[in-house]
Design a protein around this ligand. Structure first.
Ligand code: G16
Length: 499
């Protein structure tokens, strides 16, 4: 490996002086104009990680739910999971190195992680539809090749698809074929089988309106559509032909505004859903006969999935350890329902799929969802083997339930500075600035069945405020009062928050 070439190539992707960034909730996120050096450097880091793990590593160029002008990058570890926490620290260290220190920092990381620099490296890359993404993929490729790594550029891909490709490549195809075709075939086969076993039939159950956030989800769903044959008929909205990415549409907009996206007309009882900019979130919704909007967010999805799984397990006679993982954003009533009615243990982790994923791995079956629609269900290897065996051996009703479980496993793609405010207790309590948590506690006491917390976002330059109460008015009013407390106690800038 010729480390001297790095200085020369790095200068072509020079870091703006003084710019310090951190590998956050979902990698690096920023205005696109400041990110070229990060892309090049993450290409370098992916090579080191690949050499160390002797596996294929993924690099996804996307800023997901952020506005079109932003971009970002995240690394995908060998089994399709998020980058290991110690490597997140290396990512931040490398991202912030001055040009003249690049060689030293790379050697430092290699020594700390015992990377054999003679080892081969292989990196796969995917990107979303942002105007800046294509050029950034090229910068990642520059980083990979300057360190002698090999690259496969999948081009336009959703984030779940890239996770799938990485997992397939590192399991010698056991998880599936590492091609876009392989992805469509695996998921659609499981889905079509499941719909055959479903008790409800009729066209209304097979049609779905999909808000694609004007992003990659539209392109990929168009490609996938014909694999569903009669199983599902999709109507795409916000498919990127006119609107701007994530603007007034997409899962984040629908969840935070609790209303349908622009560009989608909803009739009574039509089934609708929204993706985000890299199609790794989904929320469902419909309007009732009175035109009222009903959202099925991550909390509801987790509840439905875990109840369905528990029913099936009861049917096959297996007593497995099922757990649900949420974040502080989960509505309190969903947590109560899961614990008290469903009798499922519920755990709360910090925001970020990586935290939930990690906790969910502790169960036989771990269902995890963020309220914003990120999530999946994880089945331990032993459970997967057991279910395969039951699906082969059992007959009648038990056999049917086991086959449904088998298909569910295939359908869930399992692969998994605002710094003045710091938090603890899975981000439910603010530690700094002093007095803020006490102020929030006092405000919460004024409302019935209420909760509130604040945390610095890991993807945007904002503080997020969450509030719930027994009515919409109370929740809005509590949210406003908490925002004012944040503004006053945490040194807010600009205008004071308006109700
Ligand atoms: C990312 C993360 C999610 C997180 C969301 C918001 O979503 O993957 O786990 O919930 O950001 O994070 P924050 O509140 O820290 O900004 P996405 O869809 O943008 O990748």
């Amino acid at each position: 490996m010729d480390l001297s070439a790095i200085t020369k190539h790095s200068a072509l992707h020079a870091k703006p002086s003084g710019l310090l960034l951190q590998y956050g909730t979902a990698g690096f996120r920023m205005k696109a104009e400041h990110l070229d050096h990060i892309m090049f450097r993450m290409g370098l880091l992916a090579v080191l990680r690949s050499k160390q793990t002797k596996s294929t590593i993924g690099v996804m160029v996307t800023a997901s739910h952020n506005p079109e002008e932003d971009n970002g990058v995240k690394l995908v570890d060998p089994l399709g999971e998020m980058l290991a926490p110690s490597w997140e620290e290396h990512a931040t260290y490398l991202a912030n190195a001055e040009e003249e220190d690049m060689q030293r920092v790379l050697i430092d990381i290699s020594e700390k992680e015992a990377v054999d620099l003679q080892q081969d490296a292989f990196v796969v890359i995917g990107r979303d539809t942002r105007p800046s993404s294509e050029k950034f993929s090229q910068s990642v490729i520059d980083g990979v090749t300057v360190l002698g790594g090999q690259v496969h550029d999948y081009g336009l891909l959703t984030t779940p698809q890239l996770h799938y490709m990485v997992c397939c490549r590192n399991t010698s195809g056991q998880y599936g074929m590492a091609t876009i075709e392989g992805y469509y075939q695996k998921l659609s086969r499981a889905f079509v089988e499941l719909t055959k076993q479903a008790s409800c039939s009729g066209d209304e159950y097979r049609s779905l309106k999909v808000d694609c956030a004007n992003g990659i989800g539209a392109l990929k769903l168009k490609e996938m559509e014909h694999y569903f044959s009669q199983g599902l008929s999709v109507q795409l909205c916000n498919d990127g032909t006119k609107g701007k990415l994530n603007h007034l549409c997409g899962a984040d907009f629908v969840k935070s505004h609790q209303k349908p996206p622009q560009g989608m007309e909803i009739k009574f009882n039509e089934r609708c859903c929204s993706f985000d900019g890299d199609a790794d979130r989904i929320v469902y919704y419909y309007c009732d006969a009175d035109g009222h909007f009903h959202l099925m967010d991550g909390d509801k999805i987790a509840t439905l999935i875990s109840s369905f799984l528990k029913e099936l397990l009861l049917e096959v006679g297996e007593n497995l350890n099922v757990g649900v993982v949420q974040t502080a954003y989960a509505n309190g009533s969903s947590t109560r329902y899961l614990e008290e009615v469903m009798k499922v243990p519920v755990y709360c982790t910090k925001t970020g799929v990586k935290h939930l994923h990690h906790k969910a791995q502790e169960f036989d079956i771990g269902v995890y969802f963020e309220a914003n629609g990120h999530g999946t269900a994880l089945f331990s290897k032993a459970v997967e083997d057991k279910i395969n065996q039951l699906a082969r051996e059992l007959e009648d009703k038990k056999g049917k339930a086991a086959k449904i479980l088998r298909n569910i496993i295939d359908l869930f793609n399992q692969v998994a500075d605002r710094k003045v405010i710091s938090t603890t207790d899975a981000e439910r309590q603010a530690v700094t600035p002093p007095g803020l948590q006490e102020a929030i506690n006092d405000l919460v006491k004024k409302y019935r069945l209420s909760r509130a917390f604040v945390r610095p976002s890991g993807t945007e330059d904002v503080i997020r405020v969450y509030a719930e109460a027994d009515s919409q008015e109370s929740a809005d009013s509590l949210a406003h009062e908490v925002s004012l407390a944040v503004f006053d106690l945490a040194g807010g800038i600009g205008e004071r928050p308006q109700p």
